[in-house]
Design a protein around this ligand. Structure first.
Ligand code: TXA
Ligand code: MG
Length: 346
């Protein structure tokens, strides 16, 4: 199949109409959102949604998020819209928050991997919103990458994985947030964050004015070994990883390892602060700039850059990527989560 790539903004009427027609015909279209690029299909059509699983090689037990452009539409796709959902939608939609709610029968089982709940999100990207409006459809859309690969934050990342497999990719430039949406479960007695993102635990609690279950980082041992308890597929370890073996280390461990690097391997070291400021690096042992890369010290800017950097590094046939973990403050939680999941054990 030939894959067309069209540059778009929210005023690209004819391009967006073309994309909407393909979606209405049951085809797949990749489109930009503010978090990462999504691979969209008509969420009402079992046949169309099946193509997503096929194109990505995604296991059928991993449910998809359904994207909508109005609260009214969201309400029509769940049998359990509630006060918490209203408040969170009011505060954070359109935006990087996915709410898990009881599924309406209008949503085919394939979307929710046979589960009783559905993930709903109103994205903030003007192209995504316009596409949802013009097509008039709810769009089931996972990140537009092959299963088990990095989420795409630029059109080249999408085409690297999906060119030849889908008819159309909409190019809306680089994604603003660069990290997947926060997923909050509102289908049980208390709210619970299943996947951290740029909408933090504290922001949710502030809006709901009640205690729930904020996302908590497990220790690395638990994170990297599958527990016996069934967990939501997207919470599995070894997710969100580049192809190059990545080792994420707390700063104090990083310092020790730094001294042991002997130049026999092609490695790169990623940090969020200048390496000179790592206090007890002995004189003369500073890393060569060739193997050190400085990421932004601000979590939002760091997130925007992270996956694009991984995509670039994956082109360089390095032996290893080392990354110093940012502090465990709440605003870094989502980034630490992705890095810990991506990390191999030393
Ligand atoms: O930012 C995002 O969320 C992006 C853009 C495209 O919207 N989408 C995205 O989709 O990251 P995906 O499929 O790569 O990740 C969706 C996550 C998975 O971890 C999945 O298991 C979880 O959401 N999920 C979806 N529906 C769920 C449900 N009903 N219950 C529990 N988890 C669910
Ligand atoms: Mg994904």
């Amino acid at each position: 199949m030939k894959t067309e790539i069209l540059e778009v903004n929210e005023h690209s009427e004819s391009e967006l109409r073309r994309a909407a027609e393909l979606l209405q015909q049951g085809e797949l279209v990749a489109f930009p959102t503010e978090t990462v690029y999504g691979l969209g299909a008509n969420a009402y059509s079992e046949e169309a949604v099946a193509k997503i699983f096929q194109a990505k090689g995604r296991p059928s037990n991993n449910p998809l998020i359904v994207h909508i452009s109005s609260i009214e539409k969201a309400r029509s796709l769940t049998t359990g819209w509630n006060e918490r959902a209203s408040r969170l939608a009011e505060a954070f939609w359109p935006g990087p928050l996915t709410m898990i709610l009881p599924k309406h029968p209008a949503i085919p089982d394939i979307v929710t991997a046979g589960g009783m709940t559905v993930g709903l999100r109103m994205p903030q990207h003007p192209v995504a919103l316009k596409l949802l409006k013009i097509s008039g459809l709810p769009l089931a859309a996972p990140s537009a990458n092959l299963s088990n690969q990095l989420s795409p934050t630029q059109v080249e990342h999408v085409s690297r994985g999906l060119a030849g497999k889908i008819p159309l990719i909409l190019d809306g430039g680089a994604c603003q947030k660069g990290i997947e949406s926060t997923v909050v479960d509102l289908s049980s007695a208390t709210w619970r964050v299943l996947r951290p993102g740029s909408i933090t635990n504290a922001m949710i609690k502030e809006v709901l004015q009640e205690d729930g279950q904020p996302f908590q980082e497990k220790n690395q041992e638990q994170t990297s070994h599958q527990s016996t308890i069934m967990i939501s597929p997207g919470q599995l370890p070894q997710h969100y990883a580049p192809r190059t073996p990545l080792f994420a280390l707390e700063e104090e461990h990083a310092k020790h390892l730094l001294h042991e690097l002997d130049g026999s391997q092609k490695v790169i070291w990623l940090t969020h602060q200048p390496i000179e400021s790592i206090s007890d690096l002995k004189k003369g042992q500073a890393l060569s700039p060739k193997i050190h890369h400085l990421l932004p010290a601000d979590p939002a800017a760091y997130a925007r850059r992270l996956y694009a950097l991984f995509h670039e590094l994956d082109q360089k046939s390095l032996d290893r990527i080392y990354i110093t973990l940012p502090p465990s403050d709440s605003e870094w939680l989502a980034i630490r989560d992705r890095l810990l999941r991506a990390s191999k054990k030393l």
